[in-house]
Design a protein around this ligand. Structure first.
Ligand SMILES: *[C@@H]1O[C@H](CO)[C@@H](O)[C@H](O)[C@H]1NC(C)=O
Length: 252
């Protein structure tokens, strides 16, 4: 009986402690664990060029923003992987904005997932991209060329940079992707989910002035936390009830 009494007390102490799910504040103001990002976002008044809209609060420093602006490749990934074809400046701008969001945005928290890759330990999945931004990106890039409909896997990396795998011909984006949504959602294997600007809060990769995505991330973080708390609370209450019954029977 003494042992059972100890077991019951321990169980209750464990179950009644506060929940360890992430709070809204932890989901906001978060960067990704990666070689290129800071551990916490902070103001970067020195950000210049295409990533400068993120300067009020940023996960990338000025050096990384300069790399986005000027490097021909990103972590050895070559956007111009089709021989003899280069992205138009207009199209390149959108891939840079996409990279700015990836590296600099402090608003990715609600969508971050763990991964085990050499160059990163986290990525984002299903960030709600505004349909209008997806459409501008597609319009700017639809005449560009590629050999793969997904760029997050499938390339030949044997020479240190991504090369088209043998047998994959380069074709226009319009022949590789069905439409703007197919392009935005599948290119990075589901990092983006296209949503209507009208129907839902959505993330913008192209903006000026104050960052419109702070509000979007806060809204989604709130939903995630309240959802997690509800499920967690129901589960805890059930377990507590069962234990109370067992302990009651045993300790009588
Ligand atoms: C940008 O280019 C420099 C010089 O080649 C290189 O050291 C750096 O790693 C590159 N940055 C990224 C993120 O690829």
């Amino acid at each position: 009986m003494a042992l059972m009494r100890v077991v019951c007390v321990v169980f209750f102490c464990v179950l009644i402690r506060p929940s360890s799910t992430e709070t809204v504040d932890e989901l906001l103001n978060r960067c990704m664990v990666s070689k290129t990002q800071k551990s916490k976002p902070s103001p970067e008044p020195g950000l210049q060029g295409v990533c400068s809209p993120w300067k009020e609060n940023s996960c990338c420093d000025a050096k990384i923003a300069r790399d986005v602006e000027y490097n021909a490749t990103w972590m050895d990934f070559d956007f111009n992987h089709c021989p003899g074809k280069t992205l138009s400046p207009q199209c390149e701008k959108y891939f840079k904005l996409d990279l700015c969001f990836y590296e600099c945005s402090p608003n990715k928290g609600p969508w971050i997932k763990k991964v085990d890759q050499t160059f990163r330990k986290e990525r984002f999945i299903g960030v709600p991209l505004c349909e209008s931004d997806c459409l501008s990106w597609w319009e700017a890039c639809k005449d560009a060329y590629t050999c793969l409909s997904r760029w997050d896997k499938g390339f030949d990396w044997s020479e240190g940079q991504n090369k088209c795998p043998a047998g994959n011909e380069c074709r226009k984006f319009t022949e590789v992707f069905q439409n703007s949504v197919d392009f935005c959602q599948n290119l990075w294997g589901g990092s983006w989910k296209v949503v209507s600007d009208m129907a839902e809060e959505c993330v913008k990769i192209e903006f000026s002035g104050s960052n419109p995505n702070n509000k979007v991330a806060r809204e989604y973080a709130g939903k995630i936390v309240s959802g997690a708390v509800t499920v967690d609370t129901h589960f805890r209450l059930t377990v507590v009830s069962v234990l109370m019954y067992i302990c009651h029977v045993h300790l009588k």
